[in-house]
Ligand binder design. Structure first.
Ligand code: F6P
Length: 415
């Protein structure tokens, strides 16, 4: 590499996204990049010329190790949709003028399907205008819903957190007896894809029966049927634990969370904020069956829990960051790095690159055959697919009993 690299983080954070950032940084330096800039809050910050020089923050090998163990987006993130090129040519001219000013050879964007839309549009504009900067996407999302890749960095750590938390919740739920039973509903992220919710089944092992039911967004949800199933389970058990996706919908297409308090927030990609599914269902069951209920929304914890990160995930996240820089250095643009599973036993994955046009804005859902016929659990195939991704631990660097992270750049919190 002869010139500079710029890297941004976009979309929902994960426990592994900073490991990809570390991989980008190290590989760019090793390949001779002049400077490695970081966009603050992704493309949105770059448009306002908000960026930093990563070498001011990553100075030692220990800093790289801390960054790999630091959850959330170190550089700040954004949910920003670039307009189509013909709708705002001036905006594209402005972005490319900033890239020219910074002498950028490679633009790496770490994100999910919406963020790949940014790589697609910028690489298209570069082709049309004969611009030399190369644009490469680096996959990331806890949702695991990116097309053409076996899985996405960030998913394995979130799945490990969910499997572990589920097991702890199930243990706790059997401690106290309530006259009409206890029903615990655990709400899990993942929008319209059930990969994370299905991972609640990882809690099922020799010392735990796992949740009683798992509801994925891929299957329409029936409130009355749900009530009957819970009622039946309560005739046999003192405690019922159910995992539900934040994105389950009833047959007419409405999200269950919309049946309670209305959800008004919609992001730039038209996604409604999904929250409140567990509390709606808990009130519904309490009202209908008189049982004690508890609603648990794993929310931010499931994507920020770096103390429970999967070693496989953190290593792969680092690897895809490096592969993105390598691809750009070797002349690729308009592509995203993918993970290809080359062996099941022992588990092995390698990186490739694929055309980002086939990935941007698409959503890969759980195949129907990996969900049981009655739609209330995942199959053994699902579990075999996820299990290798949650293996191994990354020991946090503990200081005074609390995990140490790399300092947040001051530009992120100072007004
Ligand atoms: O895109 C990843 C994700 O974590 C989804 O699973 C979830 O629906 C969404 O982000 C939540 O986003 P926000 O933090 O913007 O509410």
């Amino acid at each position: 590499m002869k010139r500079n690299v710029i890297v941004g983080q976009s979309g929902g954070p994960t426990a592994a996204i900073n490991s990809s950032l570390a991989g980008v940084y190290r590989t760019a330096i090793d390949r001779g990049a002049g400077k490695v800039y970081g966009m603050l809050h992704g493309i949105q910050g770059l448009m306002e010329e908000k960026y930093l020089d990563l070498s001011d923050y990553i100075q030692t090998g220990l800093d790289v190790e801390l960054l790999k163990r630091t959850p959330a987006a170190f550089l700040g993130s954004c949910r920003y949709k670039l307009p189509e090129i013909h709708q705002d040519k001036e905006l594209y001219e402005k972005i490319f003028a900033i890239l020219d000013k910074l002498d950028i050879e490679a633009f790496i964007y770490i994100g999910g399907n919406d963020s790949m839309d940014t790589i697609k549009k910028l690489s298209d504009y570069a082709i049309v205008t004969g611009h030399q900067t190369r644009f490469v996407g680096c996959p990331k999302t806890i949702d695991n819903d990116l097309a053409l890749t076996d899985h996405t960095p960030g998913f394995g750590s979130a799945a490990k957190y969910i499997g572990t938390s589920m097991k702890e919740i199930i243990r706790d739920s059997f401690c106290l007896e309530y006259s009409k039973g206890l029903v615990t509903i655990v709400e899990i992220m993942g929008r319209n894809a059930g990969w994370l919710t299905g991972s609640a089944a990882l809690s099922k092992c020799e010392d735990c029966n796992g949740p009683d039911m798992i509801y994925l967004p891929e299957v329409p949800f029936d409130l009355q049927d749900f009530k009957e199933k819970v009622k039946k389970l309560l005739t046999k058990k003192t405690s019922v634990v159910v995992a539900v996706s934040e994105g389950i919908r009833i047959a007419d297409g409405r999200y269950v969370c919309e049946l309670g308090n209305s959800v008004d927030f919609v992001d730039a990609f038209g996604h409604k904020q999904l929250s409140g599914t567990a509390s709606y269902l808990a009130s519904f069951i309490a009202g209908e069956l008189g049982a004690k209920t508890r609603a648990i929304e794993l929310s931010t914890l499931q994507r920020a829990g770096s103390h429970l990160a999967s070693r496989v995930d953190i290593l792969e996240a680092y690897q895809v960051g490096g592969a993105a820089v390598k691809a750009a250095d070797e002349g690729d643009s308009g592509v995203m790095v993918t993970l290809e599973r080359t062996s099941e036993d022992p588990y092995q994955c390698q990186t490739e690159v694929k055309n980002v046009h086939k990935i941007a804005n698409d959503e890969k859902c759980v195949p129907r055959e990996w969900i049981t016929k009655d739609g209330t659990y995942v199959t053994e195939e699902f579990i075999s697919y996820v299990t290798p991704l949650i293996q191994g631990d990354v020991s946090p660097v503990m200081v005074d009993g609390i995990p140490r992270h790399l300092y947040t750049p001051k530009e992120l919190y100072q007004k």
